[in-house]
Structures are given as C-alpha cells and as structure tokens.
Design a binder for this molecule. Structure first.
Ligand code: NAP
Length: 482
C-alpha cells in the first residue's frame, strides 16, 4: 500500500457528515515534501463552507451535549479502536504529506489514539460541586457544562496528534467542533474524519474545512455562534487570532512557539544527556515547538558533551521517511530550508564554529544536513528565533545563575530541559525556570497524562491531562432558595 491506494486518502472537506467540494470548485495541491510529487488536491474552501460547518455544529450541539457522557466516551473509544486498526494507513498518509520517518509517524498516531482513549475516559469524570451556602435555606451548586460550538486550527508539524488534543476533549465535554488543518498536511485530518464517520460520531459534531487560512480564520473568530477557538501554531498567527476573537469575547486556547533551553550541568549523566539532546533536537527534523533550540553546556563538560553529541549526530540517516532506517526526513518546504540556511550563515558570521553539517544535503530538494554549531552566543539570531530545523547550537556557561539567566532570556516559555544529578540544584533550577513544562533528566514531556502548554508568549491554556477537558467546560453557578 502506497500513498495513492491508501483507503483513508480523502480529497474533499467533511462538513455536516458529508464529503463536499468547495462551492466554486477551487482546490489546493498537497505534495510529498520528500519527493515533491503531488499526492492529491483538497478543496480551497472559504467563508460559505466555514459558515455551513459552523451552522451544522450548532445544530448538532443540542443533542450531543445531552448525549450521556458514557455514550460520548464510547463514541471516542470506537474512534480510537478504528484508528488503531488503521494505524499503518494513518502513518503512511502522515509520512507522505509531512515527511517524518514512518517510525515517528506510527508514534504520532499512537499518541492520537492515546488522547482519544484518555478523553473517552475523562468524559465520565466531568463533575461539579455542591458548595457551602451562607444560610441553611439555600443550596449552592457549581455545574460544569460544555462551552458550545468550538473551532480549531492546527499546524503541519504534528498533523494528527494536534487534532486529537483538541477534538477529543471537546467531544468528551459535549462540545461540537469545526477544524481547519494546515494546508500542507490536511490528509491526516480528513483520514481521521473518515474514521469518525465509521465510529458513528453524529453529523455536524466534527467537521473538517480545508482552504484559505485567513478567510476561514476570520469567519471562525468573528462568529457569534463559535464560543471557543483553540489554535496551535506560530506566536505571530496566535496573536492575530486572539485579536480577531476579541470582538466576540471568545474563549481562546493558544499553543504557540517555543525557544527551549536544554541545560547540561557539570554533574549530569552525559550519556543520558546526549541521547535526550539528540531526540529533543533532531526528532521530526527539528520541527517541533518543544525542540531544544539552545543547548547550554557547563564549562567542565563542554568538550566531552560536544564530542559525544557529534558522534551521535553523525549516525543520523537523512532521506525519504517512507524508507526503512531513515531517521531524518525533509524540511516541510523551501521556505524552511531558506530560513535554516540564513540562521546558520548568521551564526557563522558572528563567530559560531561549524562542527558538522551546515549545508543542504546532497539528496537536494528539502533535505538539510544535521548540523552542530559550537561557541554560540546570545547575539546570534537563533538565540531569539525558533530554528525549526536540524541545527543544534551549543552555548558555554560557567555558573548555575548564568545558565538560568540565559535560559529565561526569551519571550517564549513553552518547554525547558536540564540534566543534573544534584538534588538541591534540581529543585533550585526547576523553580527558577519560567516555562510551562520542564524535563528534568529526560526529554519526555508530552503525553496524554501531561498538561501540555506554555507561559509568556508561548500561549494560554493546557492540552492533555485533566486540565485538557476543563478548557472545553464552563461553570454554571446556581443559587437555589429552598
Ligand atoms: P502557522 O503558520 O502559525 O500555521 C498554523 C495554522 O494556522 C495553519 O493551519 C495555518 O494555515 C493557520 N494560519 C496561518 N495564518 C492564518 C491566519 N491569518 N488566520 C487563520 N489561520 C492561519 O504555524 P506553522 O508554521 O504551521 O507551525 C509551526 C508553529 O507552530 C511553530 O511556531 C511551532 O512552535 C508551533 N507549534 C506549537 C505547538 C504547541 O503545542 N505549543 C505545537 C506544534 C507547533 P495554513 O497551513 O493554511 O497556512
């Protein structure tokens, strides 16, 4: 089975339980970033189709919110089971449209399934409180209710799991939701929609609209029917959407950019630190919001860490993610390659030591060599900007205070990592880091049981864990005179 004969490949929007083209027949082409071949086209939908999906979500909301929580959970569990039965098909679509190695794509689909299952279970645990009223003849209740019709906009770097983290808690809470996936990777979203149909999710509860981002976003943000917008993507677009939602005072959840520090102290387990740095930097070819963007290494272990990291990076295998043994796929597009080239040139001009890589890969196209740059300093552009590519800058520091100051010197606050065996230091540094998520002696920070999200300009709200469903619930307070 290749990308084309995949039974879950869809080329139409899924609106109100029906597969539809755009009203004017316009389409967008979806290409494979490894080969540049056209996979299919999807509708270039706009305002009218988005409005239709919102109306369908509003029509479906009344009965979906009254559907018992255990039945909403059961529907999500059926969806999870179907995704599991079709894991290989979903992973192949993901690799074909996004480029990541098949093993990583399978891992992402497993994570999608895990979010579905987690929130299938959480549906039953939505509960309120009976509060102490000021007098005996009054009863105070705090009830939890679904927010209403929701809208979601997702990015291309995790085209499957970013959807599950929004749609599963929304449906579990009793909300209905309209999704606009990224234009470069809409096929995973449509494949999940095909499975939602088979799982018996009622028409209108989950719709997918592909097309013009700006127009669809404006309709979603401007709609009085839509009560919440959940967005994952860049800080720049998140800021714009938050402004657009101000007119209707919508609830917003924003999972935005990051600039993660990865700190290696003198007392770290160096082997473990290198393995984690490799994963935190190079997974998905460095295209993750939680990527180690700045690797800060203490004086005493700088040389030893660098040497070990370089030998691990030289083992990475660049190529088409569909091929066995490939660990590094292509970048998503030419623009991303251009940005990486610019950042490397900037660093070298400012005194950075090119220790390996630093060029487009001989495979050509959107492939770039895994790169390590030593002697990085704050003046280099990647100290402030997300690299979103396979480039690891190494910064040298002397003291704990210096490392903390460097780590916090950014407008972002999503993920941070540090390696140390000193218990006192672990708690001091953990408290001092201004980040939503911290990996201590590990790079593993994201799964369905973890509240994922950032502080500062990395966003608002959390996805996953119990907190993930709260984002889709409102509290209704009742004061009852007996
Ligand atoms: P992006 O350019 O912000 O796009 C994200 C989504 O927003 C896409 O669906 C895009 O549609 C849409 N969009 C773009 N402009 C829009 C507009 N004016 N109105 C409405 N929607 C609009 O980000 P990206 O380059 O795809 O993704 C990478 C970014 O996402 C990075 O900054 C990364 O850190 C962040 N990210 C954050 C998390 C997290 O959980 N914090 C997770 C993953 C990624 P089109 O595709 O059609 O342009």
């Amino acid at each position: 089975m290749g990308a084309f004969d995949n039974p879950l490949l869809r080329s139409r929007c899924f609106i109100d339980g029906t597969w539809v083209d755009s009203d004017n027949g316009a389409v967008l082409t979806v290409t494979n970033p490894a080969t540049d071949e056209t996979l299919t086209t999807v509708p270039r939908a706009g305002a009218a189709e988005t409005e239709a999906a919102i109306e369908a979500a509003a029509a479906a909301f009344g009965s979906w919110k009254r559907t018992p929580a255990k039945d909403r959970g059961a529907a999500l569990a059926r969806w999870a089971n179907l995704a599991e039965q079709n894991l290989e098909e979903l992973a192949k679509i993901l690799t074909a449209e996004q480029g990541k190695p098949l093993a990583e794509a399978r891992g992402e689909v497993r994570s999608t399934i895990a979010y579905f299952r987690w929130f299938a279970e959480e549906a039953r645990r939505i509960d309120g409180q009976i509060l102490q009223a000021p007098s005996a003849d009054r009863q105070y209740l705090a009830m939890r209710e679904p927010v209403g019709v929701c809208a979601a906009i997702t990015p291309w770097n995790f085209p499957s799991s970013m959807i599950a983290r929004k749609v599963a808690p929304a449906l579990a809470a009793g909300c209905t939701i309209v999704l606009k996936p990224a234009n470069q990777t809409p096929l995973s979203a449509l494949a999940l929609a095909a499975l939602s149909e088979r799982a018996g999710i009622p028409a209108g509860v989950f719709s997918v609209v592909t097309g013009d981002a700006r127009t669809i976003g404006q309709v979603m943000c401007g709609s009085v029917t839509v009560r919440k917008l959940s967005f994952t993507g860049s800080t720049q677009v998140g800021r714009l959407l938050m402004q657009q939602c101000a007119g209707t005072i919508k609830k917003v959840s924003l999972e935005l950019g990051g600039n993660a520090p990865f700190i290696v102290f003198d007392d770290a387990d160096l082997q473990a630190a290198v393995q984690s740095a490799l994963a935190a930097k190079f997974r998905n070819t460095g295209q993750m919001c939680t990527c180690a963007n700045r690797i800060l290494v203490q004086d005493g272990v700088y040389e030893a860490f660098t040497e070990k990291l370089l030998s691990a990076v030289r083992e990475l295998n660049v190529g088409n993610g569909a091929e066995a043994h490939v660990t590094q796929g292509p970048l998503i597009d030419e623009h991303a390659v251009g940005k990486v080239e610019e950042l490397v040139t900037d660093a070298v001009t400012k005194g950075g030591q090119l220790l390996c890589g630093g060029r487009k890969h001989v495979l050509g196209g959107r492939f770039y060599e895994p790169t390590v740059i030593g002697d990085a300093v704050p003046a280099m552009r990647f100290s402030r900007e997300e690299i979103f590519g396979p480039v690891a800058p190494l910064y040298r520091f002397s003291t704990e205070d210096e490392a903390i100051a460097l780590a916090n010197d950014t407008e972002y606050g999503l993920a941070a990592y540090f390696f140390s065996k000193d218990l006192g230091r672990v708690f001091r540094v953990l408290q001092a880091l201004e980040y939503g998520m911290v990996g201590v002696n590990t790079h593993l920070i994201a799964d369905e049981a973890a509240p994922f999200g950032g502080v500062k300009q990395s966003g608002l709200g959390r996805e996953g864990a119990r907190e993930g469903i709260n984002e889709y619930l409102e509290t209704k307070f009742a004061s009852v005179q007996l």
